[in-house]
Design a protein around this ligand. Structure first.
Ligand SMILES: NC(=O)c1ccc[n+]([C@@H]2O[C@H](COP(=O)([O-])OP(=O)(O)OC[C@H]3O[C@@H](n4cnc5c(N)ncnc54)[C@H](O)[C@@H]3O)[C@@H](O)[C@H]2O)c1
Length: 359
């Protein structure tokens, strides 16, 4: 198989996780980095022993030795950089959220269609070994019809990068809904079999962050900086086949929380729960509740390595990645509708845009 050389754009908090993950993938190397902050790029390069640093993104994208890029920059730059990279002929592993709005997500999708290249959105939970075990049972029919999911990620004190790009609407597109909620919507709908969302009733609240309450450890904090996004969001999403998903996410809330992402699936034959990296399968046997625990095992591959391997394999085999533009658009459409519903105070319908065939 062709060896894939990758350029990493953005050398901040999540970039190191990509470097560790790709070390476990034989057919790929992170060969170069670029960051708008050149000092950060240089120190990252020596920390991870990366051959090259570029001084501009154009230098990276015009280098024929680079086959693919990872885009790990603030959300506002996802769409423009993804489009620029695709137009330059590079495959893209794009950090979540895909974009800041459906409109931007559609622009990316059209460029992917025109380019014929691979674009995958980084939703590593799809590759978690316990999620894989749950998915296997769903595929075997053990849960029956999954009619409802409860998904969430509730942090009591977990605002990332306070005062920086994470907490500014114009740079991030939103708060925990677009940051954490997108992961939980993605995995919830994946395990429900990608139902088509039709409407949403949601509400977002910004009660604590703007008062400096709930600042977390990730990404440092600039207390004098702007905080104009929500710190809690709740929503009920209805699907066309009469099923539902309940979402609750927060960065800051006066609530007891173990800070872990969770997903609960209610099926008519059985249920499943994923929390804190562990899982439980639930059913009834001999008129008694019966549960089976699922754990990560020694032989399991880390989800980020599995994600990286899948990206490379999709490039090599020209297959669609599991987390592709269509699922990204769907996630984005729901998030847009939750913000709309919060503003209007009403249930909002979701019109999924149709991808026009490429000319
Ligand atoms: N998949 C996950 O679980 C996960 C976890 C954390 C962050 N993320 C996502 O990764 C992305 C980056 O988050 P982070 O925590 O690494 O942020 P960060 O602020 O720590 O790092 C961002 C880096 O991008 C650089 N940068 C800013 N604008 C740039 C530009 N135009 N071109 C090149 N470099 C630029 C900054 O200098 C910084 O080094 C975000 O979209 C975030 O949502 C995903």
């Amino acid at each position: 198989m062709t060896h894939i050389h990758i350029g990493l754009i953005g050398t901040g908090g999540i970039a190191g996780a990509h470097c560790h993950a790709f070390k476990g993938v034989e057919d790929a190397t992170i060969s170069a980095v670029y960051d708008i902050n050149q000092d950060a790029a240089r120190s990252f390069r020596s920390q991870f022993d990366i051959p090259q640093v570029y001084q501009s993104v154009e230098d990276m994208l015009t280098d024929p030795g680079i086959d693919a890029v990872i885009i790990a920059v603030p959300n506002v730059f996802h769409a423009p950089l993804a489009i620029q990279a695709l137009k330059a002929g590079k495959h893209v592993l794009l950090e979540k959220p895909m974009a800041m709005s459906v409109r931007e997500a559609m622009e990316i999708a059209h460029t992917v269609a025109d380019s014929g290249l691979t674009l995958m959105i980084a939703h590593q939970l799809r590759f978690h070994p316990v999620i894989n075990r749950i998915r296997h049972q769903i595929q075997k029919g053990a849960l029956g019809n999954i009619y409802h999911a409860k998904a969430g990620w509730v942090r009591r004190k977990g605002i990332p990068g306070y005062g920086g790009w994470f907490t500014q609407k114009k740079l991030a597109g939103g708060g925990p809904l677009i940051d954490l909620g997108v992961h939980m919507l993605d995995i919830g709908m994946d395990l429900m079999g990608q139902p088509r969302p039709v409407s949403v009733s949601g509400k977002v609240y910004g009660k604590l962050g703007s008062r400096g309450i709930g600042v977390g450890g990730y990404g440092g904090a600039t207390h004098s900086g702007t905080y104009d996004v929500e710190d809690f969001a709740t929503a009920l999403i209805r699907f066309e086949d009469d099923r539902t998903l309940q979402l609750d996410v927060s960065w800051a809330a006066h609530i007891l929380s173990d800070e872990e992402p969770y997903l609960e699936l209610l099926g008519d034959l059985g249920g499943a729960r994923f929390k804190g990296g562990n899982g439980t399968l639930l059913t009834e046997l001999f008129d008694q509740p019966a549960s089976v625990s699922l754990q990560v095992e020694d032989r399991d591959e880390n989800e980020r390595t599995a994600q990286s391997r899948h990206f490379i394999s999709c490039i090599q085999t020209k297959k669609d990645p599991v987390s592709h533009v269509q699922t990204g658009i769907m996630n984005q459409a729901i998030i847009d509708a939750i913000y709309r519903s919060s503003e209007s105070g009403q249930e909002e319908t979701i019109e999924l845009p149709i991808l026009a065939p490429s000319t």
